[in-house]
Design a protein around this ligand. Sequence first.
Ligand SMILES: [Zn+2]
Ligand SMILES: [Zn+2]
Length: 187
Amino acid sequence: MERISWNQYFMAQSHLLALRSTCERLMVGATIVRDKRIIAGGYNGSVSGTVHCIDEGCYVIDGHCVRTVHAEINALLQCAKFGVATDGAEIYVTHFPCLQCCKSLIQSGVRKVYYAEDYKNHPYAVELFRDAGVQVEKVQLVQVGVDVQMQEKRRYVDQLLEKLENSVDGQDLASIKSEAERLFRTK
Ligand SMILES: [Zn+2]
Ligand SMILES: [Zn+2]
């Protein structure tokens, strides 16, 4: 069993958080990390105690839902609320940050942004990150969710592959094996 990488672990956390989003226009999750420890997390949702887009519909102005606080900002605000330093931190976000979030991340001292999916990547955000020396790296989640039967499945597939050894020709077997490897990949 291969050990899950830090990048996959933190990105999985952000995808899990995204499932808590209350605006269906885009479900985003963000995890702030310092020294390989999660210090905060957020998802896009309305202000605490107010109505949710999923219940009342979005409040759209100029094509944007103005009801929600973005995931990245929510994670930063959680740090502000509880007095946790963000200087030198890293953030894992499910989608490329919007311009407002980009500026807030730079301003709060975040030094590295990992994102899973491109999303209307604003050229000015790209430029601001670059000029601020904030590293930006795309890390897609390959191991989606937590599969509690993963080891069991792996063992079963290995057994099947072993049985195939003598009945399938070399090239076919190699491609079957590499497909199995891809499916169980954890990096
Ligand atoms: Zn909305
Ligand atoms: Zn944003």
